[in-house]
Write a protein that binds this ligand. Structure first.
Ligand SMILES: NC(=O)c1ccc[n+]([C@@H]2O[C@H](COP(=O)([O-])OP(=O)(O)OC[C@H]3O[C@@H](n4cnc5c(N)ncnc54)[C@H](O)[C@@H]3O)[C@@H](O)[C@H]2O)c1
Length: 670
């Protein structure tokens, strides 16, 4: 930098701005980042550095001088009377110390900070008139945002009405919890839609929807942390949060008022550890001068407040080497590449596999054998290759070939219309049969204990089983042929197969592995039609008329049952004694739930929950086999309580019911 001429610096500044503007557009407007935050931040910091060295190159349209984010013209615009700013960020404790020194110098003394988690979502602004929610908007370019009121009405934790008739404005972060994110991506994967890169993008893509019914399905949450115009008796940030909480906003209760840097560093260390266990994503810690008057006195630059700073966690990335790219054939014939790498520790787990999703992505990333790659976890969950370290690429490597024939059966692979996926459409493909039978036997389906992928592979290789119908003809003498499979294992497996004949029909429907028909859809379909004969005879309209079942599922179901070989398969299963009737939310369904802390327990929820909405937590507990009731009695096993728990808590205490904080309950849910 020292010997850079003004001309050279100008060229680099222009190039950096073009690049950053493009990336910011992809990130803020399209919710599809092209590069990782780390790459963005490195380029941004380089631009800052150049602009500081050559101030004559600073222009008002530089990304360093404005809040990032273009507006989507399809939304109604909202002007923010008080601009919604960005935030300065630092990447080391040393820089935090410098920030504190600057603050102390400006105000003339040491200050208290409210230290909060930096939630990985997007800002939301909420306006209330006489206690009623009247408008919700995004940050947009900081001065003008997008009106998302209709969408915000579907975010369960945003109060539509306040307990007092206040006319006020609050701000916070709209985010998608990790579980909702994982479910959404799994569902998108099933539907062939591209996965969201991280919960932040999923939240932005779900809030910034012209069709609010999409937002409704996406399970967004908020943490509210800013009161734009607090009443006069609120003089500090920590007080503001407590009062916002009392008014019914969902606030994050982990914040702490701290003055000493050592304590702040300990808080950072604590949450660096706890980060993976939180039910939502965080990308750092925010330090805010606690005293609201001091905040005013310190003021803002054009882009960031001088009284707050974000400490960003170092990116959880690891370098490793790719030594194999494996193509696997899924149940539906989709052929997917997976990179197999030297195992590394990443965000709490050992990772050696990263799915590359499809051939196009493999081409795009150009991952080759022997390449050193950077691995991260999308949404702290799914291992993904961020980039190839080209400087370390071994000489003489070639782009990895995309197969033209199925790695399992050798049939020609095809690209179905509108699909990026490569597919094997051979119904006799052994890999698909293996996946299909393994799925049939799995927990959410027929739940045949002991019939995992290894046994299924052996059964197929030894030609003992060609389809799921053959499972019901297996004899002890067949199973004796399997490796290391002895008397006890044989009789257990035969019993499990035999027991599965009694399953309610929704488990069979799930087990058939029909495209888009997961356990939930299967249950709804079975509940409506009551038996397999009626399910098979149903037409598209009748199926699509079921609440929450759309045309995609309805069409997939009817197309599947229109096939002669499917009808034959069902006949064979029926002839073997497999139950074809719906048996209600049956004992079988309950029995299929693996043992856990809440199974078969009666649970009551009370007080204000911090991490989940009441209904989400109820669903979660029900899925674990708990019975969730509304009143405490002698039959109650657990009372889970949040803030401000009242009479139910006292009654449970008197009856000697086991009391669990929300956090303790969540720990058991995991
Ligand atoms: N990958 C990419 O292509 C790309 C592109 C553009 C921006 N980015 C990322 O976005 C960052 C810049 O975005 P930004 O300007 O929105 O800043 P930011 O997201 O880093 O920080 C500011 C935001 O933090 C949020 N926040 C979360 N918890 C908070 C809390 N407790 N208190 C206050 N605010 C809280 C608020 O929404 C606020 O607007 C970059 O540093 C980069 O990491 C990435």
């Amino acid at each position: 930098m020292a010997d850079l001429t003004l001309d050279e610096a100008r060229k680099e500044v222009v190039a950096l701005r073009n690049k950053l503007d493009k990336w910011a557009d992809e990130y803020y407007s399209k919710d599809e980042p092209e590069v990782t935050d780390r790459v963005y931040d490195q380029n941004y910091n380089r631009l800052l550095e150049l602009e500081q060295k050559f101030p004559q190159l600073v222009t008002p349209d530089s990304i360093t001088q404005r809040v990032g984010g273009q507006l989507d013209s399809a939304f109604t615009k909202v002007t923010h009377e008080v601009p919604m700013l960005s935030m300065g960020d630092v990447f080391s404790k040393e820089e935090l110390r410098e920030f504190d020194e600057r603050v102390q110098k400006q105000v003339g003394h040491a200050v208290d900070y409210n230290v909060e988690l930096k939630i990985d979502g997007l800002s939301i602004n909420l306006e209330y008139t006489a206690g009623k929610l009247t408008r919700a908007s995004t940050r947009g370019n900081g001065v003008v945002g997008e009106d998302v009121t209709a969408n915000a009405r579907f975010i369960a934790d945003i109060p539509q009405t306040l307990p007092e008739k206040l006319t006020t404005e609050v701000r916070g972060e709209c985010y998608m919890g990790k579980e909702a994110f994982a479910k959404l991506n799994a569902q998108r994967d099933e539907e062939g839609a591209s996965a969201f890169a991280n919960p932040r993008n999923a939240a932005a893509g779900s809030l910034r929807q012209l069709d609010a019914s999409v937002t409704k399905k996406r399970h967004l949450s908020t943490f509210i942390y800013t009161w734009v115009n607090p009443p006069a008796d609120i003089t500090s940030q920590h007080q503001a949060i407590a009062e916002l909480d009392r008014l019914g906003f969902h606030t994050n209760q982990t914040g702490r008022k701290l003055a000493k840097l050592d304590e702040i560093f300990a808080f950072i260390d604590e949450y660096t550890q706890k980060r993976d266990d939180l039910p939502y994503g965080i990308d750092g810690i925010v330090l805010k001068v606690d005293d609201l008057q001091l905040q005013q006195a310190l003021g803002n630059t054009v882009k960031i407040p001088r009284w707050e700073i974000a400490y960003k966690f170092p990116p959880e990335e690891q370098a490793t080497v790719v030594h194999e790219i494996k193509w696997t054939v899924g149940r539906t014939g989709v052929v997917t590449p997976t990179a197999i790498m030297d195992p590394v520790q990443l965000a709490g787990t050992t990772v050696s596999h990263a799915v590359l999703h499809n051939a196009d992505l493999l081409r795009e990333k150009d991952v080759r054998l022997g390449d050193t790659v950077m691995l991260h976890k999308a949404g702290d969950i799914i291992p993904e290759i961020s980039e190839v370290v080209l400087a370390k690429r071994p000489k003489g490597t070639e782009p990895y070939p995309i197969p033209t024939v199925c790695p399992s059966c050798g049939e020609k692979l095809i690209h179905l219309q509108d699909e990026v996926a490569l597919r094997c459409v051979n119904p006799a493909c052994p890999a698909q049969i293996e996946e299909g039978i393994t799925h049939f036997a799995s927990r959410p389906a027929m739940n045949i204990d002991g019939l995992g992928p290894k046994i299924v592979r052996q059964l197929i290789n030894r030609k003992l089983v060609h389809s799921v119908a053959d499972l019901y003809h297996l004899q002890a003498s067949d199973l004796e042929q399997l490796d290391h499979f002895k008397d006890k294992a044989i009789s257990n497996l035969l019993t499990a197969i035999n027991n599965s004949k009694q399953n309610s029909v929704e488990l069979l429907l799930t087990g058939l592995g029909i495209d888009h028909v997961g356990a939930k859809a299967a249950r709804l379909i079975a509940q409506k039609f009551k038996n397999m004969t009626k399910i098979m005879a149903a037409d598209v309209q009748e199926v699509a008329a079921i609440d929450t079942i759309g045309m995609t599922i309805a069409e997939a179901l009817t197309t599947y049952f229109a096939q002669d070989e499917v009808k034959e398969l069902v006949d064979q299963l029926r002839a073997s004694g497999v139950n074809m009737d719906y048996r209600g939310p049956s004992e079988e369904t309950q029995a299929a739930i693996p043992d856990n802390y809440f199974k078969d327990k009666t649970v009551v929820l009370t007080g204000t929950l911090a991490y989940y909405t009441r209904s989400d937590f109820t669903k979660k507990l029900q899925a674990l086999g708990a019975k969730v009731t509304s009143s405490v009695s002698g039959k109650t096993d657990y009372l889970i309580y949040g803030k401000d728990a009242g009479s139910k808590y006292t009654k449970a205490q008197k009856l000697g019911v086991q009391l669990l904080t929300e956090e303790a309950a969540i720990a058991q849910v995991k």
